[in-house]
Design a protein around this ligand. Structure first.
Ligand SMILES: Nc1ncnc2c1ncn2[C@@H]1O[C@H](COP(=O)(O)OP(=O)(O)OP(=O)(O)O)[C@@H](O)[C@H]1O
Ligand SMILES: [Mg+2]
Length: 238
C-alpha cells in the first residue's frame, strides 16, 4: 500500500531523514519507534506532504505522491493525526468533525460518516454541541482521531496518541486503534509506549529509527532477537 523509498528530508539546511525506507501493507499496523527527536514525526510529515522530501519516493498504491500538496495526498486516502492534536477550540465537536470530511470536498454522506465515527467514539456523540477547547485531553485526542476518520482514510498516520494521557484513556485509545485495524483501516503509528504498541496485533511490524535513519525493522519476535540493539536505540525494552 505504502512504500517509502530512500527519502531525504530537510528543515532548511538541517538534514533530518537519511535514506529512510519503510513499507506498510494493506491491513497492517506498523509502529515507528525511536527516542525523542530522531525523526518519527518528520517521517509522517514527509508521507503526508507537509514536509516533502528532497529526494526519494513515497509510493501509495504504486503512485509517487512525494511533492504533492497535503490536501491532494489526503484525498488519495491518507489521514495524519498530528501529535499536537489540533482541535479547533472555539468550534463545536460537530463542526470539528465536519471539517475532517471537507478534505474530500462537500460530501453527501456526512451523516453516515458521523454514525461510523460514533461507533468508535460514543462519547463524542454526547458532546456534539460542546466547544472543542472545553473537552478533556483524552476527549480532544479522541476528537482528533475521529476527525481524521471522517475523511474515510485507507491509511491513518497516528502520531503519539497517548502522549500526556491517563493510563485508562491510553488503553481506550489502543482498543480503538485495534478496532480500526479489524475494520480494515491500515495504520502507521508512532508510540512512546513501545511495549504496549508492540502488542497491538499479532502480526505487527516495527521500524526502529535512530538519528534519522532506520536502524532495524521486524516483528516483535525478530526484534527481540536483537534486544540489545533495541534497548540501545530506545533506552527501553519492547
Ligand atoms: N520545524 C522544524 N524546523 C527545524 N527543525 C525541526 C523542525 N521540526 C523538527 N525539527 C528537528 O528535526 C529533528 C526530528 O524531529 P521530529 O519531530 O521528527 O522527531 P520525533 O522523533 O518526532 O521526536 P519526538 O519523539 O520528540 O516527537 C529534531 O532534531 C528536531 O529538532
Ligand atoms: Mg514527534
Amino acid at each position: 500500500m505504502l512504500s517509502v523509498e530512500k527519502v531525504n528530508t530537510y528543515y532548511g539546511y538541517s538534514h533530518i531523514l537519511h535514506d529512510v525506507s519503510l513499507e506498510v501493507k494493506e491491513g497492517e499496523i506498523v509502529v515507528l519507534l525511536g527516542r525523542n527527536g530522531v525523526g518519527k514525526t518528520t517521517t509522517m510529515k514527509t508521507i503526508m506532504g507537509v514536509q516533502p522530501p528532497k529526494s526519494g519516493k513515497v509510493l501509495f498504491f504504486g503512485e509517487d505522491i512525494a511533492g504533492l500538496p497535503p490536501y491532494r495526498i489526503a484525498r488519495k486516502g491518507i489521514s495524519l493525526i498530528p501529535e499536537d492534536r489540533r482541535v479547533i477550540p472555539n468550534l463545536t465537536v460537530y463542526e470539528n468533525l465536519k471539517l475532517g470530511s471537507l478534505v474530500q470536498g462537500k460530501v453527501k454522506d456526512l451523516d453516515d460518516r458521523l454514525q461510523n465515527v460514533f461507533g468508535y467514539f460514543p462519547r463524542l456523540k454526547e458532546r456534539l454541541g460542546q466547544e472543542g477547547g472545553k473537552l478533556s485531553g483524552g476527549e480532544q485526542q479522541m476528537l482528533t482521531i475521529a476527525r481524521g476518520l471522517m475523511a474515510k482514510p485507507k491509511l491513518m498516520l497516528i502520531d503519539e496518541p497517548s502522549e500526556g494521557l491517563a493510563p485508562k484513556i491510553v488503553q481506550e485509545i489502543m482498543e480503538i486503534i485495534q478496532k480500526l485495524q479489524r475494520d480494515g483501516v491500515t495504520i502507521l503509528l508512532v508510540e512512546q509506549h513501545a511495549e504496549m504498541a508492540m502488542r497491538l496485533s499479532d502480526n505487527l511490524r516495527a521500524y526502529v529509527i535512530e538519528k534519522g535513519e532506520v536502524r532495524m525493522s521486524g516483528t516483535l519476535e525478530e526484534l527481540n532477537c536483537r534486544i540489545d540493539e533495541v534497548v540501545h536505540c530506545l533506552g527501553a525494552k519492547i
